[in-house]
Design a protein around this ligand. Structure first.
Ligand code: NAP
Length: 278
């Protein structure tokens, strides 16, 4: 019998997840159907349980429900617990287990697809919202030499860093938070934009010298060239958007649900890029 999965969000019509998982199912021969569910803003819990009670096996959770999903599930994996956000739910009967695969997806894209070494690197992570919480655990596990979290609202970055210091148990000397204006005079090997500023056509206030020679500029937004990507390219950095992260986090969800890893993610990334270009 075909097993049913879905992405749930509000809005959700734009989601590329049905396309990605259909391609993974084709690659692996797994018998699944994958849909998109638009949940009312005040009806997430009911929509999740209706899907589960109708025989659904798992869900991807997208904006704005990732934190609500964290509160709703019965159990969490370590990354989801740290992130206080869940983007993947697996149902085992009535039991729901929450995972967060965003950080794993980002690490696979930066490390494996883009061939960029994170261990020992100086990393700047911009933003202190859900996406930043989601990637912090896997990023720290890669042991960057230095990790600075910069955010427009400094208080949020400070809280986030305190949260991860507490979860890790020991003080991570290389981890700090700060405002953008403390970035004068320093440079980084990897600069990750985890803000939503690009969606509004806004550039975070970065100095031009922020990119060390050979640096990677990673924009989590995909489907458009953001001001950050343009700026980074003009400064001579290597530029990547978040499409690879999207596909890699989906591959990890697929593995969690099916116990089978999609054979290849590169053709799926290329296919989505071709579709986006027209
Ligand atoms: P969020 O929780 O709403 O947080 C937004 C963050 O952006 C906050 O830190 C906010 O700063 C900052 N921000 C917004 N406008 C800004 C501006 N004009 N200048 C500077 N900072 C600004 O959103 P999120 O869930 O973290 O998602 C962030 C982005 O990541 C979204 O665009 C999302 O599409 C993308 N994303 C991509 C993937 C992927 O697979 N590629 C996965 C997850 C998320 P304040 O705290 O000061 O408001």
């Amino acid at each position: 019998m075909t097993d049913r999965y879905a992405v749930i969000g509000h809005p959700v019509a734009h989601s590329k997840s049905p396309l990605i998982h259909a391609e993974f199912a084709r690659q692996t021969g797994e018998d699944i159907a994958y849909a998109a569910i638009l949940a009312p803003l005040d009806g997430f819990r009911e929509a999740v349980f209706a899907f589960r009670d109708g025989g659904g096996r798992g869900l991807n959770v997208t904006l704005p429900f990732k934190h609500e999903a964290w509160n709703l599930v019965d159990r969490h994996d370590d990354y989801a617990l740290d992130a206080t956000a869940v983007n993947t739910i697996k149902f085992e009967g009535r039991l729901s287990i929450g995972f967060n695969t965003d950080g794993i997806g980002l690490m696979r894209d930066i490390r494996d697809n883009l061939g960029c070494q994170i261990k020992g690197a100086k990393v700047l992570l911009m933003g202190a919202g859900g996406a930043t919480y989601g990637v912090m655990g896997p990023l720290l596990r890669e042991q960057p030499g230095r990790l600075v979290v910069a955010n427009r609202t400094l208080d949020k970055a400070t809280k986030l860093v305190e949260h991860f210091q507490a979860f890790q148990g020991t003080t991570i000397r290389s981890l700090s938070a700060g405002p953008y204006d403390m970035l004068e005079g320093v440079d980084f090997n990897i600069v990750i934009n985890a803000t939503s500023a690009g969606l509004a056509g806004i550039m975070p206030p970065l100095p031009r010298h922020i990119f060390a020679p050979g640096a990677l500029a990673y924009e989590m937004v995909y489907g458009t060239e953001t001001p950050f990507m343009k700026f980074a390219g003009d400064c001579g950095a290597r530029v990547a958007d978040g499409l690879g992260m999207l596909v890699e986090q989906a591959a990890e969800s697929f593995f969690i649900w099916r116990g089978v890893r999609p054979k290849e993610t590169a053709p799926v990334i290329s296919m989505l890029r071709r579709k986006a270009e027209g």
